[in-house]
Every structure is written in C-alpha cells, then in structure tokens.
Design a protein around this ligand. Sequence first.
Ligand code: AQP
Length: 332
Amino acid sequence: MHHRVFSGIQPTGNLHLGNYLGAIRNWVGFQDRMETVFCIVDLHALTQQPAAADMQPNIREVTAAYLASGIDPKRAIIFAQSRVSVHAELAWVLSCHAPLGWLNRMTQFKEKAGKDKDVAVTGLYTYPVLMAADILAYRATHVPVGEDQKQHLELARDIAGAFNRHYGVDFFPLPEPEIFGAATRVMSLRDGTKKMSKSDPSDYSRLVMTDDADTIALKLRKAKTDTEPLPEPGTSFEAARPEAANLIGIYAALSDQTRDAVLTQWAGQQFSGFKRELTERAVAVLGPIGAEMKRLLAAPDHVDAVLADGAERARAIANPIWDEARRIIGLS
Ligand code: AQP
C-alpha cells in the first residue's frame, strides 16, 4: 500500500497552541518519509456560519501557519478543501454508507451542538462524514491529529470498511490515526477540563500562534492554577488538579521532555517561577513562527501562489481516485 499522509485545520481564526502542538508540529517530520497532503478545510468551517469577509483572511492565516511551522510547499501539498470538488461529492456517497447510529455517538457534535439539538445545523452533524471524505479522497493511510479527533478517525475507518464491504472491493485503505507527543490534548488556560479552542469566547483561554512575547507572558501569568506547589513525579494528580496538569503538559511539549522529567526538576516549587520559565519556552517556540506568519500575511502573494499550486496537485491525486470510485459504484 502506498503511504500517504492527510490532515487539515479549519480556517476559523485564532489558531492556537493546541492546533500547533496537537497537529501542525507533528506533520513536519512526515514530509521526509511520505507523500503529504495538508488541507485548509474551509467547507468544514462553514458549519460555524462565519461571515463571508472572514473566510479568505482565515484561509491565508492557516496557510501561513503551515509554512511558518516548517511545512515545505515543494514537498507537501497545501490547499483549500473547496478547491477540490471531490471532497463534497465523495462525502455524499459516504453518507449513504454511514448509519445514523454511528453519527449519534460522536461526542464533538454533542459538545458543539449544546443543549438544543434541533437548532444545530445538519452540516455540524454530518461533519465527520465530510472528514472521512477528505481522507479517503486521497486514499490516505496516515492521519496525524490531536486526541479530540480520534473518534472521528475511527468513524472514517468504519465508513471506509462499510464501502469496501458493500462493493466487495479493497479500495479505501483504513486510515491510521497518528496521535503523539506530550500535548495531544492542550486544555484551556482558564479551565483545565475544557480543551483549548479557537471558538472559546475568552482570549485568555488560549495562546494564539501570532501572540507577541508580552501577550504570551500576560496570558500565562493569568493562567489558572491552584495554591499547591508542583507535584512529585510518578504521582497521580491530574484529575484533582487539571490546570496544573495542563501547564506541565505544555511545558513538557515545548521543551521536548516527558511530564515526569519536568516534575523531577520542578516538584515542590511554586507556580510563579515555573510560569516564568514556561513563558520563556513558549516565546522561544511561538515567537519565530508568529513573526514569520505576520511577514507572510503582510504581502500574501506567496501564500496565494502556494494555495493555487497545491489545489492543482491535490486535484491530480483526487480526481483519478474519484473516477475509479464512480466505476466501482456504477455511476460510470
Ligand atoms: N486543544 C487541542 N489540543 C491538541 N490538539 C488540538 N487540536 C485542536 N484543538 C486541540 C487539533 O488541531 C487540529 C485542527 O482542529 P480543527 O481546526 O479542525 O478543529 P477543532 O478540533 O474543532 O479545533 P478548535 O481549535 O477547537 O477549533 P474550533 O473552536 O473552531 O472548533 C486537529 O488535528 C485537532 O485535533
């Protein structure tokens, strides 16, 4: 089986440390080993009903984040989802193989739809089917994402299997989730039980990839902790101290250490000193990326050229796969 990586991020603004540590950072290494396809999933973003004027700036923002983080557009394919019509067409086909019961189990829909499910839009509900189409349109084998997307990936595997069984083929590979690093799930700086998210109304809940050093310092100073000193390594404190656990996880990820190694250094000390060191590490990692993003976005010609070239290369992979799928289905 030909190995191919696919992943994507929604252009919904406020790209944050969780998107970077949970996703983008882990994509870079794949470029040397496999064919890589990195998407800006603008059709997914429509589930949040954004203003039209926000779409292009947000698509460019995500593209700039990929480039500034070390994704090389000569090797990787970088493109916007809506430029390749196969995503939407295949999503329809796959929705005809995805029982309601499977979608009813998706926890992200339950979280995002909130209490009144009758007013949640249908696109939010079928979002995971479109995500399955994103991956299968390229017959991708590896999908590096954060922990929160694991359930959607399992669904993509199930749908691929259902399609293959129905038509008696071995056409779609069952994509493997690639979830790794110390920060597979970065939590909100204000509430350690909620994930860091673009759509959280509080700016203080997240470090944004373009935050400058002063803003990073301020947000981390204000980040919620408790009054206890840092815990001992090897103890289980996570459930009782979610904010402490989150900051320790972020520190570990930013410094390429395990959580226990961080605690060996910091156990028994106060959070004030720990936060100062954490700030330095966050600035060292995010500072250069944010500066490069701003440089790219100030004159976005390069960003736009990358997207145009990427769309062409993406279509060159997806169109023949779609043609073959149509033959399997009996549509041609
Ligand atoms: N807090 C997080 N920790 C680790 N990984 C995360 N990801 C998102 N939040 C965290 C990973 O980032 C990638 C892109 O996510 P997305 O833009 O498709 O949508 P999302 O998962 O819904 O992300 P957000 O930031 O919470 O956005 P909104 O608020 O718009 O819904 C995925 O690989 C995801 O795992």
